[in-house]
Ligand binder design. Structure first.
Ligand SMILES: [Zn+2]
Length: 484
């Protein structure tokens, strides 16, 4: 009897071990910066497979599963991909895509290998970038498309809206009466829909929209009968629409004034990761990606010099950041950060300028948290803060200018991003204190808030954030008479 019991125990243990080697699990899903419900996955032979039914929804298409013939059809924007259980090739019309590992069936459901979804062939076919973070078990899907997001640049008497286009994509401009126009890209796939009210005195608003077989950029002018022209730019390929204010000469002469210098400072870096989110997002990485995007936006305008305090994942002491800006004689200083709070419900963006005292207790706590980077330099944040107060005393004028710059930036960011606006605030930030130029510190969103974290990880959100910050800098520069 004992032997039988022992045998049964051994058997069930063997069975359990076999089951644990191939098991059902769940993965978190974030699509274009928005967290979705978890997806069913299956692990077999050390490899991860995703429920085929869910794949359709993730990419905005539909999946048909034919269990008898073991076929899966994925339909996306009128195109379809055929997969067969056990086969490691998929058919996309006349084209063949390599799956690497074959599709499998578990409990009468089809599962697609994760390596196929994250690979370059599927990325090109689907028009989406897919990434899987093994540590946090999160699947991140982001649309790329053949039509990039529109960027707007306001100059005196002229507004330029440019759109990145994949090579081969063709476009046409169609007037909408006298009050605007449509720029149409036939068979285009947009990275995402977007609607911006620009209200810069030349262009009232613009919107990019994906339609069944085309992408449409609708631009509404401030006045009727404004003149416009469409031109193509290279490196990367862009189509640019210039709209002129009534009475403005076309083309408006290029600016001849000294180009002002903006120093962009991506917070933290190297051994100092900054704050870390629940899904493992490191603040230092988001800050760098957003800073590079901001540099791109400002450089494309053409009327600023732009430098970054760091362009890769290196550690940089706080004082060196402001010293760099001072040494280069920066006209504006912008430090980019992500917020974090113990209360996981705190969310939104805020823009800070330096002051002797904080505008509220939360602002004071935040400055203390960001100043804690001093500990990575082997310095006591308390001592250093005291030293910087003396330095800042001589620059009351910068404090006022920074507050103006901060308020303008908070307004222009709020127009573009879909996170809560917490406004412009003041606090004793070390990195801002030593800077001899109007300086702001942008806390782009809360990495400690699930939805904010997903947004910070999304390219689209960082692009809109960068455009908002750039628009704030432009508005400040315009008021200073720095721009034509
Ligand atoms: Zn920070």
């Amino acid at each position: 009897m004992k032997k039988i019991v022992l045998l049964l125990v051994t058997l069930s243990m063997t069975l359990a071990a076999a089951l644990s080697r191939a098991r059902a699990e769940e993965v978190s899903v974030v699509v274009s910066g928005t967290p979705q419900s978890a997806a069913d996955a299956y692990k077999a032979g050390g490899k991860l497979y995703l429920d085929a039914k869910r794949v359709g929804a993730l990419y905005g298409g539909q999946v048909y599963w034919y269990p008898v013939s073991g076929r899966v059809q994925l339909s996306l924007r009128g195109r379809s991909l055929q997969l067969v259980v056990g086969a490691n090739k998929a058919a996309a019309g006349a084209e063949e895509l390599s799956l690497g590992d074959p599709m499998i069936v578990r409990v009468s459901r089809a599962f697609v290998p994760m390596s196929f979804l994250t690979g370059p062939e599927f990325a090109a076919w689907s028009g989406h970038q897919t990434r899987y973070d093994e540590r946090t078990r999160t699947l991140i899907v982001e649309k790329t498309g053949t039509v990039g997001a529109p960027r707007a640049f306001s100059y005196r008497g002229r507004t330029r809206i440019s759109l990145e286009l994949a090579s081969g994509a063709s476009y046409r401009a169609v007037a909408r009466g006298t009050g605007g126009l449509d720029l149409i890209v036939d068979y285009g796939v947009a990275e995402g829909d977007e609607s911006i009210s620009l209200e810069d005195g030349v262009v009232d608003s613009y919107a990019l929209k994906q339609e069944a077989k085309l992408v449409r950029l609708t631009v509404r002018f401030t006045d009727k009968g404004q003149r416009w022209r469409v031109l193509e730019l290279a490196g990367p390929r862009r189509v640019a629409l210039d709209v002129y204010a009534p009475g403005a000469e076309a083309p408006v002469s290029e600016p001849v004034k000294r180009r002002r210098l903006i120093v962009i400072d991506p917070g933290h870096g190297g051994k100092d990761p900054g704050a870390t989110g629940g899904r493992g997002t490191h603040e230092k990485d988001v800050n760098l990606a957003a800073a590079l995007e901001l540099a791109r936006v400002l450089r494309e305008r053409g009327d600023f010099e732009v430098l970054l305090t760091r362009e890769d994942d290196t550690f940089l002491p706080l004082s060196e950041r402001s010293e760099f800006a001072n040494g280069k004689k920066a006209d504006l200083f912008i430090s980019l950060h992500c917020n974090a709070a113990r209360n996981k419900r705190e969310n939104g963006f805020e823009v800070y300028s330096v002051s002797e005292t904080a505008s509220d207790p939360e602002a004071e706590q935040l400055a203390a948290a960001e100043n804690a980077a001093l500990e990575f330099e082997g310095k006591d944040p308390q001592d250093e803060t005291a030293k910087m107060i003396l330095l800042a005393m001589t620059k009351t004028e910068m404090i006022n200018e920074s507050a103006t710059f901060s308020a303008l930036s908070a307004q222009s960011i709020a127009k573009r991003v879909d996170v809560a606006a917490r406004g412009a605030k003041q606090a004793a930030f070390y990195v801002l204190r030593g800077t001899h130029a109007p300086a702001i510190l942008v806390e782009m969103a809360f990495v400690s808030h699930a939805k904010d974290e997903a947004k910070l990880a999304s390219r689209g959100f960082r692009r809109r954030m960068a455009e908002g910050v750039a628009a704030g800098a432009v508005e400040y520069a315009r008021r200073q008479g720095w721009l034509e």
